[in-house]
Structure formats: structure tokens, C-alpha cells
Write a protein that binds this ligand. Sequence first.
Ligand SMILES: Cc1cc2nc3c(=O)[nH]c(=O)nc-3n(C[C@H](O)[C@H](O)[C@H](O)COP(=O)(O)OP(=O)(O)OC[C@H]3O[C@@H](n4cnc5c(N)ncnc54)[C@H](O)[C@@H]3O)c2cc1C
Length: 598
Amino acid sequence: MPQYNPPLRDMQFVMHEVLKVTDEFKALPKHADVDADTINAVLEEAGKFAAEVTFPLNISGDTEGCKLDQATHEVTPPRGFKEAYAKYVEGGWAALSCDPEYGGQGLPFVVNQCVYEMLNSANQAWTMYPGLSHGAYEALHAHGTDAQKKLYLPKLVSGEWTGTMCLTEPHCGTDLGLLRTKAEPQADGTYKLTGNKIFISAGEHDMTSNILHLVLARLPDAPQGSKGISLFLVPKFNVGEDGTIGSRNGIYCGSLEHKMGIHGNATAQIVLEGAVGTMVGAPNKGLAAMFVMMNAARLGVGNQSLGLTEVAYQNALAYAKDRIQMRSLSGVKAKDKPADPIIVHPDVRKMLLTAKAYAEGGRALAIYCTMLLDKELHHPDEKVRKDSGEIVALLTPIVKAFLTDNGHIATNACMQVFGGHGFIKEWGMEQFVRDNRINMIYEGTNTIQSLDLLGRKVLGNNGATLKKFGKIIGALIAEEGVNEKMAEFINPLAYLADQMTKFTTELGFKGFQNPDEVGAAAVDYLRVAGHLVFGYFWARMAQTALREIAGGNADPFYLAKVQTARFYFAKLFPETATLMRTARSGSKALMDTDAALA
Ligand SMILES: Cc1cc2nc3c(=O)[nH]c(=O)nc-3n(C[C@H](O)[C@H](O)[C@H](O)COP(=O)(O)OP(=O)(O)OC[C@H]3O[C@@H](n4cnc5c(N)ncnc54)[C@H](O)[C@@H]3O)c2cc1C
């Protein structure tokens, strides 16, 4: 059976020693009083909840899956999920980072980020039920009317009701401009929605007394394409003005998808038959309103893979220390045993360290992004708010795609550490691989994230935001450029940072002449950008650890950090050279292939 130990020490290292989040929070009136002890205490409790309540349901949830009663359209999630959710609500976890005006605890997003990393490690399928509600909360909070906020937000904040996002239809996923669900205005100001949605996560369940669906649909006079989409709030049960639950609304689960992973989460086909809804935001501006939810969800999906990378690593490490097989190439290591533990073999170490470097690098990036979200929302200086928002926007596709691709590499590597046993269900490793796979697909496939990064976020503003982040990297390079102990980290980072400018300009120029050049290079480009960002955080983490060691701190945690940074720069970071080469090879080998693909 797999195990999970919440990585509290590493979270504390990133938050308090590298990023010094509470110093940053001192500038934010809303969070000025949040101290490290409070954050650590909350995370300790959250870690217990993840390890003791939801983790034990991970394998059983995968085996059982969800069941749909065709007669009632009700869905029953796996055994134990409902009770775990009740404990989650009782513990106040849903309210952690929500607005106190609606019953929230008002803690920084950074705290929620770490809580959710642990929940994702423990049980991604379960975590998606409350996870989707956060996006619904964000969209309503940003775009709802006062009446909508008053009626619905307290229920989402307390966790009494959950939320969903209903975008996808059978004929449209990436291209939402094609969607057909209709919304007919009614005399009383409401709308009646008719259409079919598919693949809706947490789309139906019996864990709460109501579900709030956020649905994209078209008004009768809407323009074609993505400019004619509006957003509607459609509850499973109609809600009276006083908040009481009324009649069943015409929105229900027609079928459940049978899928590769996240079996414990109900992926529902949702049928709307004259379902009553209210509009969120302005007519035909639904996509912009939904983007609030989608951006939150994209960071959330990166966090799902971060969680899986961590739990897969922990289990592979324990197995590699225990499993004995063959002798070390450099001589017997375990004389008392008939063979050495497989951790002595260089390639097993490579697999383990790959997962460790991706987990810890991903954690630093994800916590940094949520710290910027806190600053974007609450910093008194408008320029800081704007800069923080721009950098989060730049980093969001990287968090989504780089962390989920790394999750794929890492969970596979960790499964490989188990040899044939990794392929056998009882060890839990193949589930991590299967569960991770969807993270590369939903919330905009990783290809779409790459196009968003290169096309919109970088070339779309002539590299202005990339330059802003480049300055942050430049400051670290300037600070540590003459420190010999940091040279093995700073030199490759400085080299890539310099290359990145030329690389981007070159792609921009080629893309200007032929847009397919952007499409051909974007996926490689995102991976290079991901390493640039990871390189920065690994250098910062090495800097902090080396300072501790130089100051006489003998905690092996710091040596482990330096060794992992060394591994990262020696074995993973250099793939940027190949990626830049393949990106530069252009679109011809892809687009002049009609005969090959005939
Ligand atoms: C388990 C699961 C849960 C989901 N949860 C939700 C949910 O809660 N709510 C919701 O609304 N949706 C949900 N989805 C849908 C998901 O977001 C879509 O599947 C995804 O956006 C891709 O859309 P598609 O499947 O229609 O693929 P398509 O859009 O048909 O894409 C097919 C392929 O073409 C590529 N492609 C498309 N356009 C381009 C382009 N311009 N350039 C390059 N490549 C391109 C894609 O990257 C992909 O590889 C879920 C899906 C699954 C499987």
C-alpha cells in the first residue's frame, strides 16, 4: 500500500526561508498580521486531514468509481467520499482563503496553495469536488451581481454547496466559439437554458444539498464565435430569494464517462432542458468572466500534478531503499544482504532525483505564483498590483503545462523504479500515472498553453512581461555572479537567460512572416521557459541552503537541497539546448508533409 507524508518542511523552507512570504505580507494590510506560526499550524492540520482522511480513500475510490442511477439521474461517488467531504466542511477548509465578507477566513492564497498540494497528493479525484468550487467562487466574486453574491457565495465559502464549470460540448472543447447551448431570456429576468455539455468534472454527486453550475451559452441574438458567449449560473435545485432550496432544476446528469483515471470523480454529461439560470457578468462577455475561473483552475491543475509528483516520489524512494536487486557496479554496498538495494544504481537515482527536482522546483514556482496573486489583490501600490498580475499571467501557462508534463515524466519514472510491481495495481503507482494524464489535457491542452505563452503572453506584448521577469532573474545573477560556490547554478542560468532573448526575437520574427512557425515552436518554447523559471528557483533555493551551510547549520535538509539543485542543473536543465534546436528547425518538417500524412 502506498504511503504519504505531507512535505511540511519543504513548504516551510520555500515560504519562510526562500520567499519570506510573511515579510511580503507585511506590506498587504489584509495579511499584515499573518505570521509563520499561523501558516505552519494550518498546514500541519491540513496535512493530517490529507494523510488520514482522503489518502486512505484514494485506491478504493479508483477501484469503485462513481455510480449513476439512470432513473433519478443521481450520482453516488465512491464509499467514504461523502463523509470525508463533510469533515472538510466541518473543519472550515473550504473557507480558508475566501473573503470574510462572505464567511471566509481571509488567509493568503499561499496557504490554500499548500493545502491543495497535499489534498492532490492524497486523492486528486476527491479533491476535484471542492477544487472546482474555488473557481466558481472566484468567477462569482469577480463578476456576480450583489444579489448573486449574497445568495450563493456564503454557500460556496462554507462548502455547503459545490460548483462546476460547464464549457465543453461534444463538438467543441478547445474552440469554445463553436458552442451551441442556448439561453432564452424570460420575462422575469431569468434565462432558460437548453443544450448538452460533456466531460463536466464533479458534475453530479450527493455530497452536498445543491450544486451551482457555471454554464457557457448563447443568447438568441448573439454574434457568431467566441464574441457571442455569455455565462450563466444554473443551480441543480432552484434557490429562493431567502436562500431556501426549491424545486429540481432542468439540469441533470445524462451519463458518466468511463475514463483512464480520476475514477472517483464524476465526469458527467450534463443535459440542460429549459434549466433556469441567471446571467453572470455582461451579455456576450461570458468568456472573459469564465477566464477568471479558468485561470484559477489552470494554476490548480498544475498543483494537481505537483501533488502527484510528490506522492509518487515518496513511494519510489521508500521502495528503492528496500528492494534489493543486483550488486552495485562500483562494488558491494550491503554486505549483510544477498544483493544491494536498487538505490545504489545510477539510473534508479536519476529517476528518483528527477521526481524530487520536479516536485521541489514546482512547489517553489507554485507558491511564488500564489504569493503574487496575494500581492495582485491586496498590495496598496497600484504598480505592484499590476506587475504582480502580469507576471502571474505569464507564469500561468508554465505552471499548467510544465508542471503537468513534469508530472507525467516523474510519475512514470517513479513507477519504473518499482519494475514490474509498478504496473501492478496494489502498489498504487500506476494510478498516479493514470490520474496525472488528464492534467495535460483539461483546462486547455498543454499545446494550447504553449500557444498562449508564446503567442499571447510573450510575442503579444513584444516580450515586455518576459523582460520584467528577466530583470528578476538578472538581479539574482548580479547578486551571485562572483560567488564561486554558486557558479554551477548561476552560469547555466545566466547563459539561458541571455539565449532566451535572442531565441524569442528569432521566433517572433519567423512567426511574423509565417504564423505556423509559432505553432511549430510553441511546445518546445514553453519547456525552455519552464526550465528558465525552474533554474531561477533552483538557484535561489541553492543560495539559501548554501548560506545556511556556510553559517554552520548542519541540518542535512540543506545539503540535500544543494545536491538536488546540482542534479537539476546537470541532468535536467540541459535539455533546453535540444529544445531550442528543435524549435529553431521550424515548421517545414511539419507542414510540408501532406504526402506523409495522406
Ligand atoms: C476527465 C475530464 C474532465 C474534464 N472536465 C471538464 C470540466 O469540468 N468542464 C469542462 O467544460 N470541460 C472539461 N473537460 C474538457 C476538457 O477541457 C477538453 O477535453 C479539452 O479542453 C480539450 O478539448 P477536446 O477534448 O474537445 O479536444 P479538441 O479541442 O478537439 O482538441 C483535439 C486536439 O487538437 C489540438 N488542437 C486543437 N486546437 C488546436 C490549435 N489551435 N493548435 C494546436 N493544436 C490544437 C488539441 O491540443 C488536442 O490535442 C474535461 C475533460 C476530461 C477528459
